[in-house]
Design a protein around this ligand. Structure first.
Ligand code: ATP
Length: 365
């Protein structure tokens, strides 16, 4: 079993920097947790506390029912895969994978069996006699994974393991890591700043900013119901669009969002919530994909603007639209033919709007 719990955990480095603030997180046995956030938000520090590479400054870190704040790394039954892979350049692939087992003085036939088994699963059996310098980035990555796998740890920790790979390989390795998780039936904690990686891999995502958890939830929760504008902006490509404006309530279940260039009619349920909350100044979020073309909607459902960029991206195109002082980016079908300067009307999927407090950025619905 490997359930990991952070209870009011703080990490302050010796120079006084407060890298992780009051972290509460309950990671279930066999769960795939992704720590997501921009550089410096405290993801690696959090992972390193699980590994025992960084001390917890205060609060409790629990593995099942045991407090492990002071447990040395080698007693923790965790295996870590680093961004740099940390392979020994003068050892063969076999010896790199076997290293942890040698350290634990496992019998030779057992080492041989485990290394070959991991190599077979990772499809690197034919590389066992090579040295890391004779491998591609993706192959090195597999060796690093193999070294963690053979230890059969209760917890797998990964710190940006794919960031040194090219885009295509990153996508195929994502799928492999997901399969590995299913096959190994252990707890995975994975650090990345890549939102697409987080969305495809995670059972639950923990979004962090400046050492503070912003939201914990399934990929669907985080994408569809972001807790604040930071989370909303961090996920999605191109990023979510914002328009600032005012709510005009005209009945218990009727409200308009009025912006400088026009207005949008809020769906009933949203209107009821904003009417009850009594908000006026809000920031409206529209995801890039939540529009369709050519304003085939009723008044209150359409945005009218001017095209100021058209960027084909294979199956789709990104359309930049000037709406008053704001530049918005939408993803639309490639059949839509527009040129810079054209007037354009886009129909908004009103049921997929996001509303945030204009001052705090917190979600209102
Ligand atoms: P990245 O994606 O860049 O690795 P991260 O989210 O993993 O970022 P951390 O490595 O956890 O961030 O670092 C969090 C903050 O703590 C950063 O501002 C970093 O500069 C600071 N920090 C990290 N290690 C130390 C240290 N040993 N002493 C002081 N500050 C540190």
């Amino acid at each position: 079993m490997a359930r990991i719990r952070f209870e009011n955990v703080n990490k302050k480095y010796s120079n006084g920097f407060h890298a992780v603030k009051d972290l509460n997180l309950d990671i279930q046995h066999k769960e795939f947790i992704v720590l997501l956030g921009p550089s410096g938000c405290g993801k690696s520090t959090t992972l390193n506390m699980i590994a025992g590479l960084e001390e917890v400054s205060d609060g409790a870190l629990m593995f099942d029912d045991q407090m492990v704040n002071y447990m040395p790394p080698h007693k923790r039954d965790v295996a870590m895969v680093f961004q740099s892979y940390a392979l020994y350049p003068h050892k063969t692939v076999f010896d790199n994978i076997a290293f942890g087992l040698h350290m634990r003085k496992q019998p030779k036939p057992e080492i041989e069996r485990r290394v070959r088994d991991a190599a077979r699963r990772l499809e690197i059996e034919h590389l066992l006699d090579r040295r890391p310098g004779q491998l591609s980035g993706g192959q090195r990555q597999r060796v690093a994974l193999g070294r963690a796998m053979v230890r059969d740890p209760a917890v797998f920790l990964m710190d940006e393991p794919l960031s040194n790979l090219d885009a295509a390989l990153r996508i195929s390795m994502r799928a492999e890591i997901k399969q590995l998780h299913q096959a190994m039936q252990t707890t995975f904690v994975y650090v990345t700043h890549d939102q697409a990686e987080a969305l495809t891999l995670a059972d639950r995502i923990v979004v962090m900013r400046d050492g503070v958890v912003q939201q914990i939830g399934t990929p669907d929760d985080i994408y569809e119901r972001p807790a604040n504008t930071f989370v909303a902006s961090f996920l999605g490509s191109p990023p979510i669009n914002y328009i600032d404006g005012e709510i005009e309530v005209s009945g218990p279940a009727e409200a308009l969002f009025r912006h400088r260039e026009g207005m949008l009619r809020l769906p009933e349920e949203t209107a009821r919530k904003v009417a009850a909350a009594g908000r006026r100044s809000v920031r409206l979020g529209i995801r890039a994909e939540d529009v369709s073309e050519l304003g085939e909607g009723s008044e209150g459902q359409v945005l009218h603007g001017t095209v100021n960029s058209v960027l084909p991206v294979g199956s789709d195109q990104y359309l930049g639209m000037q709406l008053g002082g704001d530049e918005l980016f939408f993803r639309v079908g490639k059949d839509l033919r527009h040129r810079n300067g054209d007037n354009v009307s886009l129909t908004v999927d009103l049921n997929r709007l996001h509303l945030f407090d204009a001052e705090t950025g917190a979600s209102l619905v």
